[in-house]
Design a protein around this ligand. Sequence first.
Ligand SMILES: [Zn+2]
Ligand SMILES: [Zn+2]
Length: 405
Amino acid sequence: MQIKIYRGTHQIGGCITEIKTATARIIIDMGENLPSSDCSVQQQLEIDGVTKGTPDCNAVLITHYHGDHVGMFENVLPNLPIYMGKVAKQIYSVVQNTLKNKLNKGNPERVNTFREFVVGKPLYFGDIKVTPYTIDHSAFDAYMLLIESEGKRILHTGDFRMHGAKGTKMPAVFEKYCKNIDVLILEGTMLSRADERVISEHELGMQAYNLLCENKYVFALCSSTNIDTIAEFYNAAIKTKKPFIVCEEDFQSEILKIVTQNTISPFYKFDRQKIYSYGHNLHNFMKERGFFFLGRINYVTQKAIEAFPNSLLIYSMWSGYLDKSHPAFDEYKSNFVDSALCNGCRMVHLHTSGHASVEEIKKVCSITSAKTIIPIHSENPDKLNDIRIAGNIVVLQDNQSFIVG
Ligand SMILES: [Zn+2]
Ligand SMILES: [Zn+2]
């Protein structure tokens, strides 16, 4: 078996990994570069048999719906099957549909043709067996993939963590299904952010509850597909009897409806309290009852903040976007926050990472007893050498092949 990382050995995002044998070839993720990465030339990455030429690939498997893992799906040759989690596919279809309606981009039709993973059910591509397992990540319905062929076992973690809603279950899942791994393809975002304090989603929920108790009017900025965090906010709103308001009913509510319909966990049931769609007609009601407003960085939320100045603003996204000295600095987000502050809002940062802390990375290496570890999705993969783990660390370059021997 041969592993080739087309992109993502020394950057966060833009992930594309290939695994092939003499008779079969699969691609894991088809990610686009994050806007912050200085790799615009590579954006047009072409792969023979996958994005151009005659189809020569059994399948493209997408671990989760974040753009840095799926964003280049339209480049995949039309006849090649693309796989994704069932619920992830539905959510991504809504995202693509919204892009199409608003910006005339996106391709929901193609997404609707994706085939679906079933947890624990193996897929066979020639002599390659792939078994998808649910993984804890800030994207809902995300997967790690166990790839078996020629008597060897490769585990591709996808993006992962152990401090989200499914986090406490993860060690047992690794223990049960992912032991004795020959090669671990390991997501290592936090290797270069080792000092960042990581709280659990549960802890985030408790802090949110306290903030909602103390503040009558609360806005929050959070990714519309970060379901764990939204569920914590929703539960905090229920406990504090605050109306839960979203700014775009057709988009955010639809995503939450998909989650509600596809899960048995009460934690993810977004039908326990009405979700209001924001409009001027709600102003008196909001004034009287107080509210939790799940906003987005857009005009509608900005106008709502202007109508309720001096509110609390919970910033629940990565702080790097607001850091002028960071390459990922996002002027649009920064300007939005500045305008909220000008309206008298008090801002608190309340966010937790979608990625494994260094301790969690260590734990996965230990449980899987991986013989070889290939870090990806990291700005500084060499830092894996600084943490004490057993196993041979192999830092590849983009386009470099590794033979699983
Ligand atoms: Zn990612
Ligand atoms: Zn991700």
